[in-house]
Design a protein around this ligand. Structure first.
Ligand SMILES: Nc1ncnc2c1ncn2[C@@H]1O[C@H](COP(=O)(O)OP(=O)(O)O)[C@@H](O)[C@H]1O
Ligand SMILES: [Mg+2]
Length: 368
């Protein structure tokens, strides 16, 4: 905590978020800066996070929620609500855009400040809150050339409540039920989505599409021979137009000050997530065996094998860890006692992992 302002610095916030989120330093930095500004009640621009499925977008949002829950000493602690973008379209359909966001924030303010707090005070809290909107790529205005009316409505609903000085808001029954006008310009929106297909679309644009030839091959020397290769990083080429093409309206995109990309996770990151994430399949399995008086141990090589297999699964990110580990651990969970050695220890080494995963690979290859 820096003394002068008594609010945490972005670095201090980032250090805490890093305990839950592996890698993703850009997204953590942007989020920490936004949160530090929010805690000082300074204006903050909205943030859009783009990253493949299973790279930590929702985990980062949860980490912020946990951070705020753990720091009730912060004087200007904002209320926070997390929701799926689809919900906003449904609300808008009932003619009440903004209702979902403000309603949830108001409920959170009541939880945080207590039910005795006057409504005006709760509203004041709610309109300085943080709204996490997850799966924002699901509200694209068109999918495969077909108009997506629900998506268009949801984007319009979000636009209504982003940086608006007079949003009509119907108070819930417990707050009187009347309709008031809310200045929502103090809200911080952090939206996230996987934007599947965006990577390929931008790659195509700069190689064979509109900007053909923009991405120049680089010459590399590999195993003694000279080769030409295209090195593509989405972050180097992504422009607002790509997001328009994807189906986010220009007005909607314009509401974001920062667009951050989450990186795909490499084997090292997957190893750390496997060992450290509180919801990791490894921890679940360990708790299960402990419950039966047994202890599960994996050698470092076994963990790496699992991470390697997971890294090869396309478009699943860290979610693949769970799927791969299920295949490995299933027979052990079915008959724990059968596999336990001296002192009730179940030890898995590389060989056990390979043996568990090899047949499945064979099946997949045979199916092709
Ligand atoms: N960067 C990360 N750091 C820690 N855990 C992660 C990370 N990325 C994914 N995970 C783990 O993978 C699972 C899915 O991650 P999630 O954050 O829900 O992905 P998404 O990016 O699709 O929202 C979670 O169980 C989480 O523990
Ligand atoms: Mg998610």
């Amino acid at each position: 905590m820096s003394k002068k302002t008594a609010t945490p610095t972005p670095k201090e916030i980032a250090a805490e978020l890093e305990r839950r989120v592996v890698g993703q330093s850009e997204a953590i930095a942007e989020t920490s800066i936004a949160l530090a500004k929010k805690l000082a009640r300074l204006p903050v621009g909205n943030v859009l996070m783009i990253g493949s499925s299973g790279t930590g977008k929702t985990t980062l949002m949860r980490a912020v929620e946990e951070y705020l829950a753990a720091h009730d000493e912060l004087a200007l602690r904002p209320v926070v609500a997390r929701m799926h973008a689809n919900v906003l379209g449904e609300e808008a359909e009932r003619g009440r855009p903004g209702q979902a966001v403000l309603g949830r924030l108001l409920a959170r303010a009541r939880e945080q400040l207590g039910p005795q707090t006057p409504i005006a005070e709760l509203l004041a809290e709610a309109r300085h809150g943080i709204a996490f909107v997850d799966e924002v790529d699901k509200i694209r205005s068109h999918v495969g050339g077909v108009v997506n009316t629900a998506g268009i409505r949801a984007q319009e609903a979000l636009l209504t409540v982003m940086e608006n000085e007079a949003v009509p808001f119907t108070l819930p029954a417990w707050a009187g039920g009347e309709t008031v006008s809310v200045d929502s310009s103090g809200l911080l929106f952090v939206c996230a989505g996987a934007f599947e297909g965006l990577y390929d679309a931008v790659f195509d644009r700069v190689t064979i599409g509109r900007d053909k030839g923009a991405l120049k091959p680089v010459t590399v020397v590999e195993e003694g021979s000279v080769q030409e290769r295209l090195e593509f990083r989405l972050g180097d080429w992504l422009r607002n137009e790509d997001l328009f093409d994807y189906g986010l309206s220009p007005q909607f995109i314009a509401r974001f000050d920062a667009v951050v990309l989450l990186q795909d996770l490499d084997v090292d990151a997957l190893v750390r997530i496997f060992l450290e994430a509180p919801d990791s399949g490894f921890h679940q399995a360990r708790a299960y065996f402990e419950n039966r008086g047994l202890s599960l141990r994996l050698s470092p090589a076994a963990v790496r094998r699992i991470a390697h297999h997971a890294a090869r699964a396309p478009r699943l990110g860290a979610r693949a860890l769970k799927e791969v580990f299920r295949r490995v651990i299933r027979p052990y969970e079915l008959e724990p006692e059968l596999h336990a050695g001296d002192g009730g220890v179940i030890l898995l080494d590389e060989a056990e992992v390979e043996a568990a995963l090899a047949p499945a690979q064979g099946r997949q290859q045979a199916a092709r």
